[in-house]
Design a protein around this ligand. Structure first.
Ligand SMILES: [Zn+2]
Length: 167
């Protein structure tokens, strides 16, 4: 067995996840892949202007880990910007700060990050059906079918079809 993945708490997933330089076909471009937690690190630190300690807390990781994620994200963005590469935001070991679930009988409830990463729900708390699914934020498809077993580790793609099952 591999190591247990360390889930990072993410409060936001950008609506647009693909960027490319104007006038160059995507096929001819090198691509930089930014994970969802790397995008979150940039958002908290550089967009919201929070201190590293608070950023780390918000993502439920240690400060050195946050620093590593942030540095990785910044270097990828710099590489893309200055070397004219496309950027794709996808995948990673993340879980949403709050996830909303729905059962086939129409009940909905919220599941916080701390519960999602320790014991994700298997049945509806109202009617006990096992037919439950997370509602999809921003109309994104979520990784593979069979989530939440795979949680956030699949590939996010628009239109619901996974673009790739793994790295
Ligand atoms: Zn129900």
């Amino acid at each position: 067995m591999g190591r247990i993945p360390k889930w990072r708490r993410v409060a936001f997933i950008p609506e647009i996840t693909y960027f490319k330089p104007v006038g160059v076909s995507l096929r001819a471009l090198d691509k930089v892949r930014l994970s969802v937690e790397e995008a979150e690190a940039i958002r908290l630190k550089d967009l919201e202007g929070l201190g590293q300690e608070e950023c780390a807390q918000r993502m439920s990781i240690s400060r050195p880990t946050f620093h590593r994620v942030l540095e990785s994200a910044r270097s990828k963005l710099a590489d893309a910007l200055l070397n004219g590469k496309a950027i794709r935001i996808e995948g990673g070991n993340f879980e949403m700060a709050m996830r909303r679930f729905r059962c086939t009988n129409g009940h909905e409830w919220d599941v916080p990050f701390e519960v999602m990463v320790t014991e994700p729900p298997r049945f509806c708390p109202t009617c006990n059906t096992l037919n439950i699914l997370p509602t999809q934020p921003f109309g994104f498809g979520w990784g593979r079918r069979g989530w939440p077993r795979h949680r956030g580790r699949g590939t996010i793609s628009r239109g619901g079809q996974p673009t790739s099952g793994q790295e």
